[in-house]
Write a protein that binds this ligand. Structure first.
Ligand code: FCA
Length: 326
């Protein structure tokens, strides 16, 4: 009798320890630009994973290296077991990895992959990013198709490469676009670099305005960059210098609210299309991977690259529907 009772009690303790465990899991989700719709969406989907699995998600915006450092210490102090991060600067890689280890936190990156002192990716840190070159090529192809459709002579077209070359995924994206443009006969000399100081619309607007002012004689323009914000900046710049919308073809990457709002405007702007990428995979799946790692010791894949789908002003609703997005 006694032993049965002891057995039952032991069972109850084991059970309650098991249920307490998932509630004890705390995961950080740190992003470099919390105001950007893409990151808002990532957080939204990470929250969904937290709700489903019953863990706590701590969302932190960290726009610079110092904020990243204090975010990690903060997560450590509140007893989190791991975090997912999209860093403001990939060169912070070794410092972030060291700080995570010091705080006994598991580390995964999303969107932007950490690099070491040699500029090579930190391959031990599990990462989910977009298939940047391929998605850039999709952008380039969309531009080429539309240039042809409008009957523009490529030698009369200028291309704004809104660039952020300190970020490898940004380089891969724009170079993907450029390779397709060049193969289609677009003159390399007509591609103008517009380096942005930050990856937001305002910085892109400033960078593109400089290019447009220098090349005031160019009639037709195409624009591409790291994300929708970059291309929106270039489109806003073209408007501010008085270039009619029909003379501009901008194709972004993202497909979040900033792009959708643009498509919904009653008269078309130069923002012609976007390659829709998946905040659900980047938010929900990374959070779930981290949870499995902490709770069940299941290692996340070292590298996952997600795909994109081209959506134009005319068909974005259908593309979103096909992708299962509202
Ligand atoms: C980078 C960009 C974001 C988004 C993400 C997938 O972090 O800055 O806008 O495109 O990659």
């Amino acid at each position: 009798m006694r032993s049965i009772k002891a057995f039952v009690i032991a069972g109850v303790i084991a059970l309650s320890a098991g249920t307490a465990w998932s509630a004890d899991v705390k995961i950080g989700f740190v992003v470099k630009q919390p105001e950007e719709p893409w990151f808002q969406d990532e957080w939204k989907f990470a929250d969904q994973a937290a709700k489903e699995k019953g863990f706590t998600l701590v969302k932190i915006g960290a726009e610079d290296g110092e904020k990243v450092q204090s975010a990690i210490d903060n997560l450590g102090a509140q007893g989190a077991q791991g975090f997912i991060i999209c860093v403001p600067d990939v060169k912070l890689g070794p410092g972030i990895a060291a700080k995570a280890t010091a705080n006994d936190l598991k580390l995964m990156t999303v969107d932007d992959r950490l690099v070491g002192a040699d500029g090579k990716p930190l391959e031990d840190v599990p990462h989910m990013g977009i298939s940047a070159t391929k998605i850039g090529e999709t952008v380039g192809q969309a531009l080429v198709d539309e240039i042809k459709k409008r009957g523009w002579d490529m030698k009369d077209v200028g291309a704004i490469r809104v660039s952020y070359d300190q970020l490898p995924t940004a380089v891969d994206r724009v170079e993907g676009a450029i390779s397709v443009l060049k193969t289609a006969g677009f003159p390399a000399a007509n591609i103008y670099d517009a380096p942005q100081a930050k990856t937001d619309t305002e910085a892109a607007l400033n960078a593109a305005t400089t290019v447009l002012n220098k090349r005031a004689g160019v009639k037709h323009w195409v624009a591409f960059g790291l994300n929708d914000e970059a291309v929106l900046g270039a489109v806003r710049a073209s408007e501010s210098v008085g270039i009619p919308a029909e003379n501009v073809i901008g194709v972004g990457i993202g497909g979040a609210e900033s792009a959708i709002n643009e498509f919904k405007k009653p008269s078309p702007t130069g923002f012609f299309g976007t390659v829709i990428i998946s905040p659900k995979r980047h938010g929900y799946e990374t959070a779930l991977n981290m949870y499995e790692w902490i709770a069940n010791d299941k290692q996340p894949p070292k590298l996952t690259l997600t795909a994109g789908s081209l959506a134009l002003r005319d068909d974005f609703q259908k593309v979103r529907k096909d992708l299962g997005i509202e």
